[in-house]
Structure formats: C-alpha cells, structure tokens
Design a binder for this molecule. Structure first.
Ligand code: NAP
Length: 254
C-alpha cells in the first residue's frame, strides 16, 4: 500500500522506553536504520539490541544544542543520512503553580519544547540537501486541548510545540520537508506508570473507547506521517486518544 521506507534512516529521541521505544521498534520493523536516543546510553543500547542490526544507540540530552548536533552527526556517520526525525523525548513532572519553581518550569520547557527546535534545527541541513525530510513531534492533548492540575508547565510546552510546528512547516516546505505532530491521550508507558493505578483507572473511565492507549497506537501514526504518501500533509496534528477529548460531560459517556 505504501512505498517502502526500507534503508531510510530515522532518529527517535526519548526511545529508551515508552512511546519512543514503540516508535523505534515500529520503524525498525519497517526496515529503516534507527538511531535510538536517550540520555542513558545503556538503556538506548538495550533497545537498539532488541531491534536488531539496523539499530544503534546514542546518548544525548536533547535540551542541549551541541548534543542535538552530535546526534545528527552520529546518524550521518553511521547511516549516511537522516530522512526522518521523531522528536519524542519529553518529561511530565507534576507541580502546582504555587509550588513550581522557575527552574522546574524552565526544565520542562527546555526538555519538551526547546528540544523540538534544537533537533529540527540540527537535522535541517541534511534533509535540505536530500530535498526530503519527515519530522514528527510528539505533543499531547494536554495543553493544546485539555488541562490537568500540576501540568501547567507541561501543557505550555506541548502547546508550544504546535506553534513552533506551524511556522516551521511553512519555512521547510520548499525543501521538501514536512513537519507534523501526534497528540497522544493517555498511553500506557513507564512514564504513566508513575502516575499510579488510581490515575490510570480515572483516565480509562473518561475514554469513550474505555482503555488507555498503547505505544503502538502512537507508533503507527508516526510511521504514517513518515511515508512518502503523507508528503502533502504538513503542519498538522493527529489526536490519538480513544476519543477522550470528545465528551462534553461525564453524562455523555454513559
Ligand atoms: P517515558 O516513558 O517517561 O519516556 C521518556 C523518554 O524520554 C525516555 O526514553 C527518556 O530517557 C527520554 N528523555 C527524557 N528526557 C530526555 C532528554 N533531556 N534528552 C533525551 N531523552 C530524554 O515517557 P512517555 O510516556 O513515553 O512520553 C514520551 C513522549 O510522549 C513525551 O514527549 C510525552 O510528553 C508524550 N506524551 C505521553 C503521553 C502518555 O500518556 N504517556 C501522553 C501524551 C504525550 P532518559 O531518561 O534516559 O533520557
């Protein structure tokens, strides 16, 4: 149905666990070379080994410009080019506004939002040279559509990614590069495990499809945005949430 992405190269940030791990595996199955990126080299290595010979690990803190550049350099040295960037790394610590420090706020913005800019900027020269590129950001429903106490910094970062994306889409279009975003709802990951069973049960009850999402639900959408056939789609978002944002009230879920 879709043209093969075999032998193309993808960088997946935040790929040592959770959604990023799912994205990396999915691209590995599709035959791409996969650069598995996280701050922990050991964790990234374990994932790369699980994917196979077409994957390798790189340690980078994507909130830092030099690390993003080194990440792209590594992909080019190992695989010759970069065709796809899945900018997925993110954190979601919880703090209410009155307890949140400036450092807390800045750390979340740097990890979730500045990283989108830095990784996009680092990969641009290679993609421009190729006249082809696919950038897929992992945003969220939290921020662009919904809110949740304790996540004002996180919500700002996830909404900010979409603002960045819309102007980037215009700037990059003439070079044959698209940039889109997936907006996951509540997806079962190690990160979400930390929120506890009560949170997960509360969320599942508020989702019309009555389950939390899987990492594959997100990975399949990211893979679609990376295809040649998705080449006329840019600056767009795809909500993947089991319908969570739809009910107007809890009565609407009955
Ligand atoms: P997770 O299980 O906690 O995994 C986060 C990944 O990001 C790990 O691989 C982590 O590895 C990496 N990471 C964190 N900070 C980094 C940094 N500064 N530089 C490089 N890598 C870094 O999280 P997740 O639930 O899969 O979430 C992944 C993305 O999906 C995030 O952007 C999140 O906002 C978004 N999202 C998740 C959900 C959900 O329900 N799970 C919903 C909506 C959106 P290291 O710690 O080794 O660096």
């Amino acid at each position: 149905m879709f043209e093969s992405l075999q032998n193309k190269t993808v960088i997946v940030t935040g790929a040592s666990r959770g959604i990023g791990l799912g994205i990396a595996k999915r691209f590995g199955q599709a035959g791409l070379n996969v650069l598995v990126v996280s701050r922990s080299l050991a964790d990234a290595q374990a994932v790369a080994e699980g994917i196979g010979a077409n994957a390798s690990a790189f340690a980078a803190d994507v909130s830092e410009e030099s690390a993003c550049q080194a990440m792209v350099n590594a992909a080019v040295e190992r695989y010759g080019s970069v065709d796809v960037l899945a900018a997925n790394a993110g954190i979601f610590p919880s703090a209410r506004i009155e307890d949140m420090t400036t450092a807390d706020f800045d750390h979340v913005i740097a990890t979730n939002l500045r990283s989108s800019f830095l990784s996009t900027k680092a990969v641009l020269p290679v993609m421009k040279k190729n006249g082809f590129g696919r950038i897929v950001l992992t945003s969220s429903i939290t921020g662009p559509i919904t809110g949740y106490p304790g996540w004002s910094h996180y919500a700002a970062s996830k909404a900010g990614q979409l603002g960045f994306m819309r102007t980037a889409a215009i700037e990059l279009a003439s070079a044959g590069i698209t940039i889109n975003a997936v907006m996951p709802g509540n997806i079962l990951t190690e990160g979400l495990d930390g929120m506890g069973a009560d949170y997960q049960a509360e969320m599942a009850a508020s989702i019309p499809l009555r389950r939390l999402g899987s990492v594959d639900d997100i990975a399949n959408a990211v893979l679609f945005f990376a295809t040649r056939e998705a080449g006329f789609i840019t600056g767009q978002t795809l909500v993947i949430d089991g319908g969570q944002v739809l009910p107007e009230s809890s009565a609407a879920l009955a």
